[in-house]
Design a protein. Structure first.
Length: 244
């Protein structure tokens, strides 16, 4: 799939009633108070929180705003279609410095955005460079879901490389806790490492470019059988003052 074409992946994962209940409890609101803020009846909210009724897309979007939930709480399951400048605007909306001027764009869960990007064959170089920022900035995202999805699409090498780069940046920044957390995610992908050669979302590489990359890529890229020259030194300027 190229960035110029629409990505036709449909991702299914929605907000649950239990998650709504946890968010309400964090605000110390009663169901009556929360229902008023959410624009629904207390009886309806009670059924949703118990799991008797599903969380509608409209209610999920309202809850994200009312409870001021982080991007990682956004439901996945809209069948979002990304193409053209969609990746840039989604990254800008999440706060990526390189596309900060695009804030207010498409709102995606960071895990969903990373998966959609990794499953694209032709990304803009600026978007590819931005990918390690996602796990670096959102280490608490839904890794279980993400790992399952990338394995289904044979994208685990791409993901492992991106996450390992993010971990290396964290290590360089002196954030050993973040580096360790990201490193554990890479370890989970080691046993499923693919032997086939791949690119980092750049299928259009010429044979001459591929030959050059085979002899000039980093050991990390070689380990994950990826043809890319992306390295930690190319990323450090993006991460200044972004770690928390």
């Amino acid at each position: 799939m190229s960035e110029g074409n629409i990505t036709n992946i449909v991702i299914i994962q929605k907000m649950t009633g239990e998650e709504l209940k946890i968010a309400r409890s964090a605000h110390h609101w009663t169901q009556v108070e929360a229902a008023k803020h959410l624009g629904v009846t207390q009886a309806y909210l009670s059924m949703v929180e118990r799991g008797s009724r599903p969380v509608s897309e409209e209610l999920a979007e309202t809850a994200l705003k009312v409870y001021a939930l982080p991007p990682t709480a956004r439901p996945m399951g809209h069948g979002k279609l990304l193409g053209g400048g969609g990746f840039q605007s989604a990254l800008g909306e999440l706060g990526y410095p390189g596309f900060a001027y695009l804030r207010g764009g498409l709102q995606l869960n960071p895990a969903e955005l990373l998966f959609l990007a990794l499953d694209t064959e032709e990304l803009d170089a600026r978007v590819t460079e931005a990918l390690p920022w996602i796990p670096f900035q959102f280490p608490e995202m839904d890794w279980e879901w993400l790992i399952v999805e990338v394995k289904l699409r044979d994208r685990q090498n791409r993901m492992a490389f991106v996450v390992q780069l993010a971990g290396a940046v964290a290590e360089a920044e002196g954030d050993s806790s973040r580096a360790g957390s990201l490193g554990s995610k890479v370890s989970k992908l080691e046993r499923s490492r693919l032997a086939m050669e791949d690119t980092l979302c750049k299928a259009s590489l010429s044979e001459a470019e591929r030959r050059w990359l085979r002899s000039h890529r980093t050991k990390t890229a070689a380990h994950w059988n990826l043809l890319t020259d992306l390295k930690v030194e190319d990323l450090k300027h993006v991460y200044e003052n972004t770690s928390s």
